[in-house]
Design a protein around this ligand. Structure first.
Ligand code: HEC
Ligand code: HEC
Length: 322
């Protein structure tokens, strides 16, 4: 039964993949990166508890650690919570409806259940809390951080820390963090970042150039309207508009989004955008309208919002609208 289901899914994946590859010329050639960085060496990466960054689109649902296969906590109530947590992670609007205000899932951004290298992985993060964050101006727990993604990335509201949804998500994230020493930051965190010396000043970002790159490299899966095409095995969330992340989300910051795109997208050839291209595309995406986070005025209590927070009151209007 299980074998039949898997092989049907594989076939659907292959069919969709053929379709996408037929539609788009998004590969600049054989997985080498656009700016001279050699492709990841598979042998060296095998030790990471993550799906490698270069894994193809057909592996977007693969997990290194899978509750359907790997040993779960001995307590059956914990085991149930871990399984439910992954389900919520993948089908957030459906299974955590009360707290979600758009069409995004956690897995849209934290790909492969938060287990993919260079796609904001969450493996090990449970061991890194509490953490100080300047945006909030205080120490945050893992639950605070999950709540933040609900309020901002999912344009919704914070599930109470003792809600079924929050407990399940934190149980899943704790499970994929097992074995990580508390207090040490795993080497694979913080990789979706462009080197500071390669960041373009905001006034040099060109949303029109970003649009050209978007049309050439992204629309096969995201659509010209950015709302995401159902690929069968996955459907990207809307990149802008009322069903996308709100303007207080991490992804609404140009350099944060660019760091994601630089290493995680296009899904067929991640790593193929240059630092510069990733920033222009991020500028295009964040030049668009998106829901407004009502509590923006309370962010950055220590001072002004960072320069790339283009939707914040430090700018009288979005500086990318030229
Ligand atoms: C629109 C993309 C997006 C979605 C959807 C999203 N996140 Fe995030 N998440 C981010 C970004 C970007 C960051 C880190 C950067 C930031 O917030 O400045 C982050 C950070 C986190 C962190 C902290 C990771 C660390 O390294 O400390 C956790 C935990 C987290 N998200 C959980 C979730 C959960 C659970 C969901 C679903 C309820 C979710 N996220 C949905 C984009 C997203
Ligand atoms: C081959 C298909 C494909 C291409 C090409 C592609 N993406 Fe994606 N993208 C996806 C899929 C699928 C997801 C969601 C993955 C999941 O849910 O597991 C995704 C997720 C994203 C996300 C996370 C937030 C969201 O809305 O889902 C962003 C941002 C993103 N893509 C931007 C881009 C940009 C910009 C490009 C072009 C440079 C691009 N993508 C090219 C398939 C693609």
């Amino acid at each position: 039964m299980e074998i039949v289901r898997v092989s049907v899914r594989r076939r659907a994946t292959r069919a969709a993949l053929t379709l996408i590859l037929g539609l788009t010329a998004c590969s600049p050639g054989g997985g080498s990166t656009g700016d001279g960085i050699p492709p990841a060496a598979p042998a060296a990466k095998a030790a990471l508890p993550l799906i490698p960054a270069g894994a193809g689109i057909e592996r977007v649902n693969d997990l290194v650690k899978d509750p359907a296969r790997d040993p779960l906590p001995a307590d059956p109530r914990m085991a149930e919570a871990v399984k439910l947590g992954l389900e919520i992670f993948r089908r957030t609007p459906e299974l955590a409806r009360a707290y979600v205000g758009n069409r995004m899932t956690c897995a849209n951004c934290h790909m492969n259940g938060g287990q993919r290298e260079k796609a904001l992985p969450l493996v090990g993060v449970a061991a890194t809390f509490p953490q100080y964050r300047g945006r909030d101006g205080r120490l945050l727990t893992l639950e605070d951080r999950i709540a933040g993604c609900f309020q901002r990335s999912l344009n919704g509201s914070a599930p109470p820390h003792d809600s079924r949804e929050m407990l399940a998500l934190s149980a899943y994230i704790a499970w994929i963090s097992e074995g990580q020493p508390v207090g040490a930051t795993p080497t694979w965190l913080g990789q979706n970042r462009i080197a500071p010396e390669n960041l373009l000043p905001i006034e040099r970002l060109d949303p029109r150039r970003g649009e050209q790159i978007f049309l050439a490299r992204c629309v096969a899966c995201h659509g010209v309207d950015g709302q995401g095409i159902d690929l069968g095995f996955a459907r990207p969330g809307p990149l802008w508009g009322p069903d996308s992340w709100n303007d207080g989300a991490g992804a609404a910051r140009i350099y944060t989004l660019a760091g994601y795109l630089r290493y995680a997208m296009p899904l067929t050839v991640p790593g193929s955008l240059t630092d510069e291209e990733a920033q222009h595309v991020a500028a295009y995406i964040n030049s668009k309208d998106r829901p407004s986070f009502p509590a923006k005025d309370g962010d950055y209590p220590g001072g002004e919002a960072p320069v790339d927070a283009v939707y914040y009151p430090r700018y009288p209007r979005n500086p990318l609208l030229r």
